[in-house]
Design a protein around this ligand. Structure first.
Ligand SMILES: [Zn+2]
Length: 477
């Protein structure tokens, strides 16, 4: 086992549905197929899961020996015949159908050698909308998926004889629960409980003709492919807070726009979708290079400013987001304004959104060429988001400034004047920036760091701590 987690109370007795690709994870030569269910159930029980388990085995069943089919059906494993090229897509459409009929809490398990390559993207998006507990079993060691799974097994380890084989396993009840399906025939698929009838069907001329004319779906049909609209707020998020993380390098204020338009533009776009919760905005950029009117314009409308040089900007945003999400449980909406969300935020963010159900907005300067694995409730082009907004009145500006949460701008602790003075005159600031640059260069160049901290997350944590340390020394002197 490479990863395991004890059952959360809501899943301990909930049902477990298993979809098993018999070609990618085959039954070894000489193995007694009747061991499979008791071994799986024993593995689940070890982690505190005792709910009913349904298993469906997919593959080209004309190639599966009769004694294996009999063994599997005797322990209540359903058998589905599929053409090899369409096994994944049929497993997935069955999983989607099951999800539609079985609301959480429940556990789903995939046994396949293609979890990462085929299923991962759509599953990670589905899990951000409706979360099920998720297990995987694969033929090889640890797979790094975007879909968050609670436990991962090596297929070979599940097959090890952990429990004694009960000879009278082919009880009446388990025989009754096992079904045989032919999913390869066009229009009239076979389904029944008799192995003899199933084998007769697979060897019939009728099956051969129907299978030959049925189109084999090689690729998955991603359920979430069409989930790319701007949706109206659901009640739980309508008045919840909205935290905006704005990276001003990719998405600067366009020529001719007044910085004071940013907040009213965002709030107007949110209101249009029914979001009226308090909005906090932090703008990240190199404030030494920013014109004074821009900095003052943002500050006067309650936009918190975080000075960060380009080399550390995403680390700083990630770090601030991490701290924010520890103290702000859902329901809440987070928004990222950047072209780099898929490059710098993807892995941690997609897992966060599966763990905790935050709403997500994105804005970018150009539309990405492929759909993000991050599930969004609304997306905008940055310039179109800013278009058409009016300047705030003096009264609104006063209100914005009162609304600003000083704890939010963790990268800039102090007033705007303090910050500007610090940036323009303080030698220590220049020294701090130099140190950050050196650390960044070392971070990128040193192979030793990779050897010392092989995982990306541990390197990121180390790096952000170094940066935090440096900027704290710098700001506090
Ligand atoms: Zn058939």
């Amino acid at each position: 086992m490479t990863r395991m987690a004890w059952a959360q109370p809501e899943y301990a007795t909930a049902q477990i549905a298993v979809w098993w690709d018999m070609k990618g994870c085959p039954i070894p030569e000489g193995y007694d197929a009747r061991r499979i269910r008791p071994n799986m159930e024993a593995a689940f029980r070890k982690l505190g899961y005792s709910g009913p388990v349904s298993i469906t085995a997919y593959g080209d069943q004309t190639q599966t020996p009769c004694h294996l089919l009999r063994g599997l059906s005797s322990i209540g494993v359903s058998i589905a015949h599929t053409k090899p090229e369409s096994t994944c897509s049929l497993m997935y459409s069955d999983m989607l159908e099951w999800r539609a009929q079985n609301p959480p809490p429940a556990t789903m398990m995939l046994i396949s050698d293609k979890v990462k390559d085929v299923f991962d993207w759509d599953l990670a998006r589905l899990q951000q909308r409706t979360k099920y507990n998720f297990f995987v079993a694969t033929p090889s060691r640890h797979i790094s998926c975007l879909a968050l799974y609670a436990s991962e097994w090596l297929w070979g380890r599940i097959l090890e004889p952990n429990v004694a084989l009960v000879q009278d396993m082919s009880s009446e009840s388990s025989e009754l629960s096992a079904m045989f399906y032919c999913k390869s025939c066009k229009s009239c698929s076979f389904n029944g409980r008799s192995l003899t009838g199933f084998r007769k069907h697979l060897s019939s001329k009728k099956h051969a003709v129907r299978e030959a004319v049925k189109y084999a779906y090689g690729d998955l049909d991603p359920e979430t492919r069409t989930w790319g609209k701007n949706y109206a707020a659901t009640p739980e998020y309508a008045t919840a807070q909205i935290a905006v993380w704005w990276e001003m390098i990719d998405c600067p204020i366009p020529e001719g726009y007044d910085a004071r338009q940013v907040r009213p533009s965002l709030e107007a776009a949110f209101k249009k979708l029914g979001y009226s919760g308090p909005v906090s905005i932090t703008a990240y950029g190199d404030l030494e290079q920013a014109p004074d009117h821009l900095v003052r314009g943002l500050s006067s409308t309650g936009v918190a400013l975080a000075h960060a040089i380009p080399e550390v900007i995403y680390m700083r945003m990630n770090d601030d987001f991490r701290k924010w999400h520890m103290h702000n449980p859902p329901p809440a909406t987070t928004m990222f304004i950047t072209d780099s969300v898929d490059v710098y935020f993807n892995n941690s963010l997609v897992r966060n959104l599966q763990r905790k159900k935050y709403n997500l907005f994105l804005a970018y300067s150009y539309r990405p060429h492929k759909m993000s694995v991050l599930l969004t409730s609304a997306e905008w082009l940055w310039e179109s988001l800013l278009a058409g907004a009016c300047l705030p009145t003096n009264r609104q500006q006063d209100m914005f400034q009162r609304q600003e949460d000083p704890s939010f701008a963790s990268a800039v602790k102090g007033s705007l004047d303090d910050l500007m003075e610090h940036l323009s005159s303080d030698k220590k600031h220049a020294l701090g920036v130099s140190i950050v640059c050196i650390i960044t260069t070392l971070f990128h160049l040193s192979n030793n760091l990779f050897n010392l901290f092989p995982s990306l997350s541990s390197r990121s944590v180390l790096f952000s701590r170094l940066v935090e340390k440096t900027s704290t020394i710098d700001m506090n002197r």
